[in-house]
Design a protein. Sequence first.
Length: 202
Amino acid sequence: MKEYIPHKEPIPYLIVKNYFDEKDVELMLQETDLVRTTDIMSFEDGIGMPDGHKKNEQITVDSIYQNRNASHILTKFDKIYKDEKLISTLQNMSWFYDCWGFTNRDSTFINYSEKGDYYKEHRDIAVITMMYWIWKKPKSFTGGDLLLPRYNIKIPIKRNQLMIIPSSIEHEILPITKGFGRWGIIRFLYLIPPAMIRVINP
């Protein structure tokens, strides 16, 4: 059962435990496994970040499919936009989330981490960031929790847990100290001016 846990201070972020049905979780795990076995994932440097700022494998899901509906990950995440309780919870938390309804583009990527992987302090180039974590049972790694360093807030990650946060808030993925199998699914929400949309999609 979903459990919505809003945090208002010192920054507005939302945690939702047990967000998807277990059947949906398994379908997304099957997709992540398929993507990784095709050997198309790779290391990608963060934009404008120094060497060594991150270590993991990732790929943008949107780049894999011509038809968005062919992806379990993309279609499951699209359902979040219709979650009225989630939207109302966000808007009751902070005025910031009034922008939710004005976002008009998204992008989604998956990342895989194992022992030694990390992602140091960074901001995302978007408006709203969704972070979601899954792995096969039983859990086979330690570490990889989320840190909000400016506020000294450590968020232990849970399987099938969704987090929504302003993209401008600095966050960090702590190192995986043992094991393998940590999957993150990240969706960025953007607010692109209409004139720019016409340039992107003439």
